[in-house]
Ligand binder design. Sequence first.
Ligand SMILES: [Fe+2]
Length: 248
Amino acid sequence: MGEFTAELVDLHCHCLPGLDDGPATDTEALDLCHALVADGIKTVVATPHQLGFFERYADSRQIRSSVAFLNEALRATRLDLEVLSGAEIRIEARVPQLLRQDILMTLADRRRFCLLELPFDTLPDIRPVLDELSQLGIRGVIAHPERNSSIAEDPDLVMQWTEYELTFQITATSILGDSGRRVKKAAWKLLNMPICCIIASDAHGAVTRPPRLGQAHAAIARQEGPNRARALCVLEPLRILGRSQLED
Ligand SMILES: [Fe+2]
């Protein structure tokens, strides 16, 4: 593991037990946390699914208490990993209202950024939701845009949202080619467009969909240079967490 992979910041990870299609048990959640540390991750935002296929979603209160439980378990095992609250929210018309009601969760519970998931097969007009979020002072981080079929076909489609200052979260395994050539090509194209991007693991378990952020970081460092890799996997994520000198 190179010097730049020591303290990666992962803003998209399904590491809470029993809330979605991530780990089913406390033991599986801890196994995933060990895999995150082995991958070079020091800080992770737990982002269980809310809305969409997970209509019977965990609400903010459950997420906060599950994160507190997991951090306590990590301290007991002396694993050097900080877990923060978050969610991956399927974008739909109710999102602003449910955020106002503190049912949906923002990234790191800061009410500044929320991780929004597009449908995979269609690209709806998300502008009305983004307008309402702007009024709440919340900016969107679009989860794995490269996995949306329309954007995979034509990555330039993301330029239609320039006015909203979105961040685009590319998934590590897309960079590495695990989701096929078309998705990989779109992921690398997005990285080189004039938009703000970050890389995250979207890991779901230590065995199934394990974290590969360290490998994606290394691949980007080889292709684009270590500074670019660090910006995508450390500095920009820290900005979203309000922990950097960069504009927040
Ligand atoms: Fe996810």
